[in-house]
Design a protein around this ligand. Structure first.
Ligand SMILES: Cc1cc2nc3c(=O)[nH]c(=O)nc-3n(C[C@H](O)[C@H](O)[C@H](O)COP(=O)(O)OP(=O)(O)OC[C@H]3O[C@@H](n4cnc5c(N)ncnc54)[C@H](O)[C@@H]3O)c2cc1C
Length: 397
């Protein structure tokens, strides 16, 4: 990217994040993967470097930074450790950005304080029988007197078991049992009665962050826990999806960072490794691979940065965020796979980071909207139609 497109503050932020990534974050990445332990020490590093809660407005203790600022930090961190990059996503985008956009003053203050203290909020949408078709969720919130009582099961919840703050989506019913729409409720692990973490999923990659099953058993919250009210049929869900565009840009950024890290490793190795009496980068077959990798990286970076820029003063544009996530997640898988190939047998070894990167990067065509479903989002935007098979913008009950 043309560095002049970034402000001096952004260049400074990028340099700080790169330094952290190349130093302590890179040093711990393999251990985080091997032990499958959430890297609390990296959270402290991110806090000290002011890389959590950057996008929180200044009146709530944040820095009021924009999405591109967050993207620059996430990209740098993810090139060394995707888990740490994801922590930076979820402490700057996703659930926290939904609270900052739609929450009450009290909710904003509480959530900002928790995130700035190092909590990574969890966003709870997916259920065993409602994945891509999130509108099909069956978790319900029943109004009972001056309370809401939630029952249901969420799964694949990132941070389940380490996150305290949870933003939980449910179908809301009034006291007569009439469906009011989908709403989002705040709950706090170990404080909110009935919120139970019941299983950790054994994952292929990104092993330093738990993915959990969460059971809601008569989870009892006051109306003040409602961040995104149902607003009639599907409107609450539309609010969630608007906010979720920031998370999609964040997810694309982690994939971009992993690919960038893998590409740099391959580039360096291609000079060091000699076969047939010369560096392997003198073989045209590998030169073209490097060229293709760098072309994909530049295109992905442009899409991600433009999607981030489109959210100035609000949330990233849905079409741009979907395009960025589809292209970047798919390209990143190819780039990491090609980078691994440069190392021959060494690439297949757990002593090098390539195999970890290959496992980590595989997630990004799935979580946060699959590549197929995001293509539906793109097609819907192009055709100006609300397609029935997309998570976004379907207003039919
Ligand atoms: C590591 C990880 C972290 C996650 N974190 C969270 C989280 O924090 N919170 C949360 O709520 N969820 C989370 N998820 C869940 C994620 O959002 C879902 O996995 C995703 O939305 C897909 O749902 P599914 O897995 O049920 O797949 P399904 O919806 O069952 O899809 C199966 C396949 O069918 C395809 N498909 C489905 N519908 C269509 C269609 N209309 N057109 C074409 N193809 C289609 C899909 O693309 C996919 O290939 C996470 C997932 C992973 C892997």
């Amino acid at each position: 990217m043309n560095p002049s497109a970034l402000s001096p503050d952004q260049l400074n932020l990028q340099a700080r994040a790169r330094e952290l990534a190349a130093g302590p974050v890179a040093a711990r990445a393999a251990e985080v993967d091997r032990t499958e332990q959430y890297p609390w020490d990296n959270v402290e590093l991110l806090k000290d470097a002011k890389l959590v809660g950057m996008t929180i407005p200044t009146q709530y203790g944040g820095q009021g930074k924009n999405w591109l600022d967050a993207v620059l930090a996430i990209e740098a961190l993810s090139s060394a450790c995707a888990v740490t990059g994801r922590i930076a996503v979820e402490t700057n985008m996703g659930a926290i950005s939904a609270v900052m956009a739609y929450g009450s003053e009290e909710q904003k203050k509480m959530c900002a304080d928790m995130v700035l203290a190092g909590d990574k909020p969890a966003i709870c949408i997916t259920e065993p029988d409602a994945g891509s078709d999130a509108n099909g969720m069956t978790t319900r919130a029943d109004k009972k007197g001056n309370r809401y009582v939630l029952n249901g099961r969420k799964h694949w919840i990132t941070g389940g078991g380490v996150s305290r703050l949870h933003l939980i989506f449910a179908k809301v019913y009034d006291e007569k049992g009439t469906f009011e729409g989908i709403g989002g409720f705040l709950a706090i692990r170990d404080e909110t009665k009935g919120l139970k973490i019941t299983k950790r999923e054994p994952t292929m990659g990104l092993r330093g962050i738990p993915e959990a099953v969460i059971d809601l058993e008569d989870m009892d919250v006051p109306p003040s826990a409602l961040v995104i009210p149902p607003r009639g049929l599907k409107k609450g869900f539309a609010d969630l999806m608007t906010a979720y565009n920031s998370q999609r840009v964040g997810a694309a950024t982690v994939a971009l960072g992993i690919a960038e890290g893998a590409y740099q490793l391959a580039l360096d190795w291609s000079e060091k490794r000699h076969q047939f009496g010369r560096p392997i980068n003198e073989f045209q077959g590998l030169q073209w691979k490097l060229a293709d990798m760098s072309i994909k990286l530049s295109a992905a970076r442009a899409l991600v940065h433009n999607a981030a820029r489109s959210g100035e003063g609000g949330f990233p544009d849905m079409l741009m965020a979907a395009q960025a996530k589809v292209f970047t997640s798919e390209s990143a898988i190819q780039i990491v796979n090609d980078a691994l190939q440069f190392f021959g047998a060494r690439g297949y070894s757990r002593e090098l980071p390539l195999e970890r990167m290959a496992r980590d990067v595989r997630m990004f065509t799935i979580g946060g909207g699959t590549a197929e479903v995001l293509r539906n989002v793109v097609a819907g935007a192009l055709l100006k139609k609300k397609l029935p098979q997309t998570r976004d913008g379907w207003d039919k009950v």
